[in-house]
Design a protein around this ligand. Structure first.
Ligand code: GLC
Length: 841
């Protein structure tokens, strides 16, 4: 036999086969269906997908665990998903398929978890806001599709079981959910009050349908969860102890109750609430399919829910809802579609990156398998969401604006902003919806004069929103927004009692705050932190990053004032810009690169003289993005970054990493060298490097920085990368770490919005402006050109870029609908399809 195998595998073919197998080890991209298809559940770490929106939805992992929330992960959680449990454990939901045999039953889960049954075939399709499994086992093909119909408060689970051949098979389907207390953190920290309040009731309907109603007692009259199916059920269980059996000596892998024909119809007046339904599929003949659909929803009452329940009990409506979801994505993605010579770039820019931006827009840094959405440690982050919004601005500007207004409403009258807010608390108008983030930890620490040693504000938060609003205005042209009044944040007061200001006034106060909070060198103060959360120097420290961001915000404000015809303000802000540019150039140049911070005594961080943290990425990129670095210094800073910080897996945020905890620098030194902000590849910073390179006109470099972090290109390196290949993680371990190349913290990262901006607005070079649509690419010189379709202010621009001279940048000619245009800006049309041909050279 061995000889035969060797014969079958001649020398030269063997390595190729191995390589092909390695490539397909975990799954593959199906670009036509816009899916990533997993072929094994045994991914290196937990992978997941998102369904629905923040209004209703959450996470579905690749083995069927679901984390569902309505409106707020911390304050209104529905399912009990404990992310830290091993991949093989039940996490909040599963389906059991039970097949009758001569002796009793065979039970398996099409998700593999928790029965851990070996499948003949298994696929998990990670789709656009849906998950679909196809599992073959016991001669049955089970297809399960999980999604939230657009705009609904219901998670649907469409289950189809087909008999693949042979004798008819008697099949039961038992879907199960486990509920969480609505205050997610209490579920974990209070095992007295929580279980006393958790309640599950079964309501039989005349025709044999059942609705299981669940709530924490105090929510009975306000918000109830429910589980039901489109078809009649034989029985149910609502008490976990009863379902697992023998006082929970039965396990999720093999619940003892599944040995009985029916479940016990247990309700649960206290304790661990579950919703298990016994759905009898009956005898399924060869080639035939049994289909059922479950609903998990939340409404004010079952009476209110009745309409939705009825709707989704009709499978035609389930199909329609799935088609509507597909139509939503079709329209969303059609806003920008590219066709370049690079397939991995196309795949990311056309599907996965804009999709991830939609996810970050919804969940900020609030709910992922890393940021677990408990308590007040997180929420909708001011800086995070301001940046996320720029990633969806071309696709859903009005939804983005809604969130931008929420952010503006937690800006203080002084101009700086609260660090984060809880969406439900904001809705409740309880006077205490926002908080000052991690800076709360240093509250009460005093300096040598008895004054607070640390700021309770962040130096960057309030500046991001200037960029976001400018983005909205350029995309939509709706300048009236600037006159709309929004309250400032005054804790303890209802919104109606708070000071109000127009949106323009909010932006002015943002800039004014920084203008009046400068340090010794005339640079913006760090505050508690700038973008880098992990460097918390005592009050008085200055930040190069905040300098760049402030200068960029001033440029955006100048654009806005110019569009308003307010030349006096343009001049004023120009003056502020020149002041800070001079201060920066006078103080922050280290000889070969820009320093990152000065502490209050004036000591530099990010200098060649330092032992650790000699050079930081952000001061190089942001000084170019904002234009405060120019000429030789701009190039030198970026070249130093390339030499000292670049690796094959991305640009490190700094080097060398601190080698142990140093209380003077705090957070950054809590990580080992090479991890996260301490010399790790913090991916969020990478697109800024790409953008800076396109500003310098170095398209080959920009594209190299793009490609080296493209997760789609890591599909063949997953044993190293480990993270989902269909979205950006927040960080990759750097080359000072043994596990160099390993990605962590997938999905919720500013990397998504900024890489999308870098790709579409700077590499592809198509961006909105007050005057029209700019087309000014900066591409790899080897490209012959590319095509892009962009919807902008009601019109469709079909753009073709030609690169006959193989340059990186420089628009030699722009022709719009056959007419030569003098610059690189295509006019605003408001309707129709328009052809734009740009020749580089
Ligand atoms: C995390 C935070 C973000 C911060 C970054 C760098 O991603 O969510 O706000 O800017 O870390 O420290």
């Amino acid at each position: 036999m061995a000889t035969k195998q060797i014969k079958k595998a001649p020398k030269k073919v063997a390595p190729k086969k191995v390589a092909a197998k390695a490539a397909a080890k975990y799954g593959y991209f199906d670009d036509a269906k816009k899916e990533y298809v997993l072929t094994t559940p045994a991914t290196p770490i937990k992978w997941c997908n998102y369904v629905g929106t923040l209004n209703f939805g959450g996470i579905v992992d690749t083995t069927g665990g679901t984390l569902v929330c309505k409106g707020d992960p911390a304050l209104n959680r529905i399912t009990k998903y404990i992310a830290q449990m091993p991949c093989s454990d039940f996490k909040a939901s599963t389906i059991y398929i039970r097949v009758k045999n001569a002796k009793g039953y065979t039970v398996f889960s099409p998700f593999v978890v928790p029965t851990l049954t070996k499948m003949k075939k298994w696929e998990c399709h990670v789709g656009l806001s849906y998950m679909r499994w196809i599992a073959e086992c016991e001669g049955l093909r089970t297809q399960v599709t999980i999604f939230v119909p657009t705009g609904s408060n219901t998670l649907l689970q469409d289950i189809q079981v087909t008999n693949l051949g042979g004798a008819a098979k008697e099949v039961d389907i038992i879907p199960v959910y486990e509920f969480s207390h609505f205050e997610a953190e209490k579920q974990l920290t209070n095992a007295d009050w929580v279980p006393q309040t958790m309640t599950l009731k079964g309501h039989w309907e005349k025709d044999g349908h059942v609705v299981l109603e669940q709530y924490a007692y105090m929510k009975r009259d306000f918000a109830v969860n429910y589980v039901t199916a489109n078809c009649k059920v034989g029985s149910f269980d609502g008490d976990r102890r009863v379902f697992l059996g023998m006082n929970e000596m039965g396990s999720w892998a093999a619940p003892l109750s599944l040995a009985n024909k029916e479940l016990s119809n247990s309700e649960c007046d206290r304790g661990d609430n579950i919703a298990a339904l016994m759905i009898h599929g009956g005898k399924i003949a060869a080639g035939k399919t049994f289909r059922t659909c479950t609903q998990l929803g939340q409404e004010q009452s079952l009476k209110v829910a009745a309409k939705a329940i009825k709707k989704y009990r009709d499978l035609k409506n389930v199909d329609k809802a799935f088609d509507e979801l597909a139509a939503f994505w079709q329209k969303y993605l059609a806003t920008i579609q590219v066709e370049t010579p690079d397939a991995a770039f196309n795949s990311m820019v056309n599907v996965h990156n804009p999709r991830q931006c939609h996810t970050t827009k919804n969940w900020s840094r609030y709910l992922s398998l890393y940021q677990l959405g408990y308590g007040t440690s997180r929420g909708i982050g001011y800086r995070d969401s301001s940046q996320d919004l720029m990633g969806v601005m071309s696709h859903m500007p009005e939804e983005a604006l809604q969130l931008a207004k929420n952010l503006l409403s937690v800006q203080r009258p002084e101009g700086n902003a609260m660090h984060q807010y809880a969406p439900l608390a904001l809705e409740e108008d309880n006077g205490n919806e926002a908080n000052a983030g991690d800076s709360r930890e240093k509250k009460g620490v005093l300096d040598e004069n008895g004054n607070p040693a640390y700021a309770d504000w962040y130096g960057d938060d309030h500046l991001w929103i200037v960029l976001t609003v400018a983005n909205y205005l350029k995309e939509t042209g709706k300048m009236d927004l600037l006159n709309e009044e929004i309250p400032f944040y005054e804790a303890g007061k209802k919104r109606a009692q708070r000071e109000k200001g127009t949106v323009l006034e909010h932006l002015k106060r943002s800039l004014n705050f920084t203008r009046t909070h400068l340090g010794k060198h005339g640079l913006p103060l760090l505050g508690f932190a700038d973008w880098n959360d992990c460097m918390n120097l005592p009050l008085g420290a200055e930040s190069s990053f905040n300098t760049g961001l402030y200068a960029k915000a001033l440029l955006e404000m100048m654009d806005i004032c110019e569009a308003l015809g307010d030349t006096a303000s343009v001049e004023m802000y120009k003056g502020w810009y020149e002041d800070v540019k001079k201060a920066f150039n006078d103080s922050a140049w280290d000889g070969k690169w820009w320093v990152r911070w000065f502490d209050k005594q004036g000591n530099a961080y990010g200098t060649n003289k330092a032992k650790y943290g000699k050079i930081y990425c952000n001061s190089q990129s942001w000084s170019v993005i904002s234009g405060i670095a120019s000429g030789e210094r701009a190039v030198m800073g970026m070249d130093s970054l390339n030499k000292l910080l670049n690796t094959a897996n991305g640009v490190k945020s700094s080097t060398p990493g601190y080698r142990g905890f140093d209380p003077n620098v705090g957070g950054i030194s809590t990580y080992p060298p090479g991890a996260k902000e301490n010399g790790g590849i913090f991916l969020h910073t990478n697109p800024w490097v790409m953008i800076a390179e396109t500003i310098l006109g170095r398209g080959d470099k920009a594209f190299q920085y793009y490609s080296q972090i493209n997760p789609a290109a890591k599909n063949t390196k997953l044993d190293e990368f480990e993270s989902e290949p269909y979205c950006y993680p927040q960080n990759i371990l750097g080359d000072e770490h043994k596990q160099f190349g390993m990605g962590r913290n997938a999905w919720l990262s500013g990397t998504s919005s900024w890489t999308y901006q870098a790709a579409t607005q700077f590499i592809i070079g198509v961006r909105a402006s007050f005057k029209g649509l700019i087309v000014n690419p900066c591409i790899p010189s080897k490209w012959d050109g590319f095509k892009v379709t962009r919807k902008f202010r009601g019109a469709t621009y079909e753009i073709e870029v030609k690169n006959p001279k193989h340059v990186c940048k420089g628009v030699a000619e722009m022709i719009v609908d056959g007419q030569k245009i003098d610059a690189d800006v295509a006019p605003i049309f408001t309707k129709g399809i328009h052809k734009v041909v740009v020749t580089l050279g």
